[in-house]
Write a protein that binds this ligand. Structure first.
Ligand code: NAD
Length: 259
């Protein structure tokens, strides 16, 4: 298969559910060789098996330095280089008003939703990208990281910080020919979103359809993004088509945020 990622190697974290497997499939279709990382090896092995010989599954907790080093070592051992780092893994944390917030909830969320992007970026830069003077890092923020979200101070703060991390990395690595950008999704129609709507529906005594209608109503395009919509932007930013785009946070949110 040939395409924008022919001859390129990509690591995708959080590759077992939601957006991760969709990006994996789309990148493989465009010629990428892949390392797919997740905490649950059996799940990510299924994703890799569906893609075939160009995908390798690894178990990695992206907040663990040794796991991240081993993940990148797998990419180097199997494919000899890393061209694209997709920092997709994330957790929503536990919904809490600020007056209920706990240090554990706040920091556990921050570790996955911001610090892990630092760890994974650091590792691929040191092991491959800086020396080869090429590479693209894509981080995954959230519209909650622009304006905040009620009961999600932990998640909103981490996703906002991730955009500043993106700019800082971009400033530092630009002279090495390496780019770093951030995808900023609004609501994506994944299981994560469905479970969130089910919980809110239960709490507010509404149907899931009513909750969905409430979320979609203020959006100019009146729709959620599909995983393919979000993956399409991420692949563009990771590809050479985005050769002169770096340090950017790009919304894919049906028009929710207009800056
Ligand atoms: P998801 O929960 O399905 O996928 C995230 C994956 O990360 C999961 O498989 C999870 O197991 C994994 N993960 C969590 N902690 C990990 C860790 N410590 N180590 C390794 N993996 C870990 O979510 P998704 O809907 O596919 O979201 C993809 C990205 O888009 C995330 O960064 C998310 O924050 C962002 N996003 C999603 C939405 C949405 O509506 N789904 C909205 C805005 C932003």
């Amino acid at each position: 298969m040939s395409g924008r990622f022919t001859g390129k190697v990509a690591i995708i974290t959080g590759a077992s559910t939601g957006l991760g497997p969709v990006m994996a499939r789309m990148m493989a279709e465009e010629g990428a060789k892949l390392v797919l990382a997740a905490r649950r090896l059996e799940l990510v092995e299924e994703v890799a098996a569906a893609i075939g010989e160009n995908a390798v599954a690894v178990r990695a907790d992206v907040t663990d330095e040794a796991d991240v080093a081993a993940m990148v070592e797998t990419a180097m051992g199997c494919w000899g280089q890393v061209d694209v780092m997709m920092n997709n893994a994330a957790v929503p944390g536990v919904d809490k008003y600020i007056w209920e917030q706990t240090v554990d909830n706040f920091l556990d969320t921050y570790k996955v939703d911001c610090m892990a992007a630092m760890l994974c970026s650091r590792e691929v830069l040191n092991r491959s990208m800086l020396e080869r003077r090429t590479g693209a890092i894509v981080n995954f923020s959230s519209s909650a990281g622009w304006d905040g979200m009620v009961r999600k101070s932990h998640y909103s703060a981490a996703k906002g910080a991730l955009r500043i991390l993106t700019k800082t990395i971009a400033r530092e690595v630009g002279e090495y020919g390496i780019r770093c950008n951030c995808v900023v999704p609004g609501a994506i129609g994944t299981d994560l979103m469905l479970n969130y709507m089910k919980r809110i529906a239960e709490e507010q005594g509404k149907t899931v359809a009513e909750v969905e209608a409430g979320i979609v109503a203020p959006l100019p395009l009146r729709t959620f993004s599909t995983p393919e919509d979000v993956a399409g932007l991420a692949l563009f930013l990771a590809s050479d088509e985005a050769r002169t785009i770096t340090g950017q946070s790009v919304n894919v949110d049906a028009g929710l945020v207009m800056s």
